[in-house]
Ligand binder design. Structure first.
Ligand code: ADE
Length: 222
């Protein structure tokens, strides 16, 4: 998969692409991530990318020209263009799974003050990562890319995302490591038993119990 990200703050992505699982996925060529500075596409002599909003009220608004030109330049035959905005569909694991089928994504990071409405005309999907407002679309773009990349074949051991929270609308089961007894809190006996059928049964029961307690809305979807 190829992901092109359009942003006014490219250096925000330095850590994202140079650490841990995402870096490994890039090194193994399981994903290609390109970070593009929207400013580089401005045809303005001063590389201006925003201007005041007509009608007043708002602060600076991202102009359509650099975004239209960047998308035109980067887009291929099978490109899905995503705009990060609090007005988009609410992102979840199901949307992440669907997006793993795409070959090429262009993710546009919205601007803190707003973006020209006409930008919406070239976008396939508007995505929000939740009902709160961030200063820009960069953190949402990282969240969305990360959640897709970890699901791509070969990125993490297959089994480790099969039991993720939200798969089958259940939260994940509890896990423990050494020591067996920490400050009087013990690892459940079943996990030390080596009896895999019992362990699986216990895990499913814990998933259901936990989901009932914390996210009853998910159980209703099952
Ligand atoms: N930009 C600012 N807030 C956002 C959010 N919650 N989701 C996506 N993009 C955003």
């Amino acid at each position: 998969m190829k992901i092109d990200i359009l942003t006014l703050f490219p250096s925000m992505f330095d850590g994202f692409i140079s650490e841990s699982i995402i870096k490994r996925a890039i090194d193994k060529k399981l994903v290609e991530i390109n970070i593009h500075n929207i400013r580089d596409y401005s045809t303005d002599p001063h590389k201006k990318v925003d201007d005041y909003g007509f009608g007043g009220g708002k602060g600076m608004v991202l102009m359509p020209q650099p975004i239209f030109d960047a998308v035109e330049d980067l887009k291929g035959e099978n490109t899905k263009i995503i705009l990060m905005t609090p007005q988009g569909i609410k992102y979840n694991q199901e949307v992440a799974y669907k997006l793993t089928n795409e070959k090429h994504l262009i993710i546009i990071c919205g601007h803190y003050e707003g973006f020209d409405e006409r930008i919406r005309s070239i976008v396939d999907l508007e995505v929000s990562i939740g009902d709160f407002v961030l200063t820009g679309g960069e953190i949402p773009a990282m969240a969305v890319s990360d959640s897709i990349i970890r699901l791509l074949d070969g990125v993490i051991i297959d089994e480790s995302h099969l039991n993720d929270s939200f798969n089958n609308n259940l939260l994940d089961y509890p896990v423990y490591t050494h020591p067996v007894d920490y400050k009087g809190m013990k690892v459940p006996d079943v996990l030390l038993s080596g009896h895999h059928a019992n362990i699986n049964k216990w895990r499913l029961e814990e998933q259901i119990k936990r989901t009932k307690e914390r996210r009853p809305d998910l159980l209703e979807k099952r």
